[in-house]
Design a protein around this ligand. Structure first.
Ligand code: AMP
Length: 357
């Protein structure tokens, strides 16, 4: 059996690019499928230029690769099932289906993984919003297709019901109780189908519903941190996880509630490239190949700042003044407002938690 494999990645964005970099330095070859010939992964891998649900392009990837993985969850699971060979997609498509639909996801988390989530119910039309107890606040989220706060309405009073009803009549939704959280955290966990390895707890700060900053370790008690890692491991084991998964959670007093899971490396885990002995991309590649996973060590506290289109100049100036900071740019040609262009990781003493771009 050859040690070096050809790994096919569905999606050639920054996550695909960073997965590819990890795979390449372990000696593997990478082919990514992406609609854009000049996608970030094109800097380091061959690209099959096609839409993600293009079955003949997926077949080409299947024929040319030993192992397949994906960089995002909105891959057509049926199309993948139709083409992959047994054992070729270690992450499987069940996990894709769970994370593509908030109803499946909540049911899986609450009933199967048995972790705490905000109280929720399935909403099939605006009729389900009648007789809502408006002493409490809620978040209404579309079951599919939402991201970064899109497809969501917060209901704090009767005044919000009209907008919420419109959303409820346009798509199947989940209604969650609003959690008054102290902070948002996430935990990266990677599996190889048998064992798992877990990363430190990340504290996440969002601006305009986009991740702005991650602070590691999260500013919570060791007991809460252990609880968060235990939850992530519990979910990973229930899934017989292969590859990397991110579990996003809310901390509310002594409680930890799971918000959602992402079946792939996650923006909040980018700090691990420099701050840990192995990055979330390294363990993703090891995991999907079914190889032994290392215990994760944090070398130093870290902060990670996202570089959006509007932050490019500030980020470059910052790294010129702070040469110990690590600037990553993903090679995207057009710097649009709010587009993730790169990130900066600052380690150790230089990691001031107040800094923002
Ligand atoms: P999501 O798309 O589920 O990740 O939600 C986007 C953001 O909305 C989260 O990062 C939270 O800041 C906020 N949010 C989501 N669900 C809730 C909730 N049940 N209670 C309070 N805030 C929430």
């Amino acid at each position: 059996m050859s040690w070096t494999k050809t790994i096919g990645i569905i999606g050639g964005g920054q996550l695909g690019q960073m997965m590819a970099i990890s795979a390449i330095y372990m000696g593997h070859k990478v082919i990514a499928l992406d609609p854009a010939a000049d996608c970030p992964a094109s800097r380091v891998a061959e690209i099959i230029v096609a839409d993600y649900d293009d079955v003949s392009a997926l077949r080409q990837l299947v024929e040319r690769c030993d192992i397949l993985t994906y960089e995002f969850e909105n891959v057509d699971a049926d199309a993948l099932d139709a083409v992959v060979k047994p054992g070729q997609l270690p992450q499987g498509t069940d996990l894709l289906r769970i994370s593509q639909n908030r109803i499946f996801e909540k049911n899986f988390l609450a009933d199967q993984a048995q972790v705490t989530v905000a109280p929720y119910k399935v909403i099939t039309s605006s009729l389900c919003l009648e007789h809502l107890d408006l002493e409490k606040s809620y978040v209404l989220k579309t079951a599919t297709g939402g991201y970064d706060g899109h497809g969501q309405v917060v209901i704090r009073s009767a005044a919000d019901l009209e907008k919420a009803s419109r959303l409820a009549n346009s798509a199947e939704c989940v209604l969650e109780e609003f959690v008054t959280f102290d902070l948002e955290i996430s935990v990266i966990v990677s599996g190889n189908g048998a064992d798992v390895t877990v990363f430190p707890v990340q504290e996440n700060i969002h601006r305009n519903n986009i991740l702005s900053k991650t602070i590691v370790p999260a500013r919570i008690s060791p007991a809460l941190a252990e609880k968060a890692q235990t939850i992530a491991v519990q979910i990973a084991k229930k899934l017989n996880l292969s590859g990397t998964l991110c579990v996003e959670m809310f901390v509310a007093g002594d409680d930890i509630l799971v918000n959602e899971i992402a079946p792939r490396p996650h923006n909040s885990g980018h700090y691990s490239i420099e701050a840990c002995n192995f990055s979330q991309f390294d363990t993703h590649i090891l995991g999907v190949l079914g190889l032994t996973l290392p215990p994760i060590k944090l070398h130093a506290p870290a902060i990670m700042l996202n570089v959006l289109g509007q932050h490019l100049e500030k980020a470059q100036a910052f790294t010129q003044e702070n040469p110990s900071a690590h600037l990553h740019l993903y090679g995207k040609l057009e710097a649009k407002h709010n587009r993730k262009m790169g990130h900066v990781t600052v380690l150790g003493e230089d990691a001031e938690s107040e800094r923002e771009f």
